[in-house]
Design a protein around this ligand. Sequence first.
Ligand code: ZN
Length: 279
Amino acid sequence: MKFFPDKKYCILNGLRLPDHSTNTYFEIDSFIISPYFVLDVDAKNHKGELHFDHHFEQMHQTNGDVKKTYTCPLTQLHRHRLQLERLIETHKIAVPPIESLVVITNPSTSISTSDYHPGAKNIIRAPSLISKMEQYEKKHKKVVLDNKQLQRLVKLLKKIHTPLDTNILQTFGIQESDLVNGVFCPQCDVPPMKRSQGKWCCINCGHTSTNAHIKAVLDYFLLIDNKMTNKKLREFLLLPSRTVATKILLSMGLEKTGNKKGTTYTISLEKLMDMCKDH
Ligand SMILES: [Zn+2]
């Protein structure tokens, strides 16, 4: 989606929206809004072979010796369409045509479908997204959402978006004060490493590292909160220097709000997942 011109589309990622009729939530990986149509994208990163069975509305995954079966994502997208229509209608916004796609993001995954699968055209590989958008642009030429309505829809979706909040410490009955603070040594796993001259030094084995704090910061985001302040970071890393703490927070590309001592750094779920994969 990096290729999409920003001004042409509004893209919202990782939406979790309430469905009041069933008292549940539904999740949208990427929602692309244009004045002419909207597009609901379900991204699938499954490995191995994926087989879509239209008759039973199932998706089978074979990865080595492991076979798994899921509900066909197209079935879910069909339900999304009804949920979105109801949601947009309820808020007195014109309902644009709703397109939906299952996007297979892993280039080495092989895809097959049952002989008769009318929905197969809506299952694509990531690079085909651009030509699909061009097709939709040709198909939908009527402006349904004027600028004002489009802004209203975006504002509405952002407002009712409800991130999944699982408090893991609460689930396991652990207090924040029970956690062992400090940066753990990547070599011997003993905390706390000491910060000196731009490096973390292990007091146990003498190992040094320039980025051992990243894992600790990710632990904080995963265990405690997706928001962080300079003070919290210093407490959690047992780091005396405010300046170094600021440097660390800025280097991680977090979203910054407020100023001076009230500055809060927030990590998006997407970014957190990405960083966890790398560390
Ligand atoms: Zn060590």
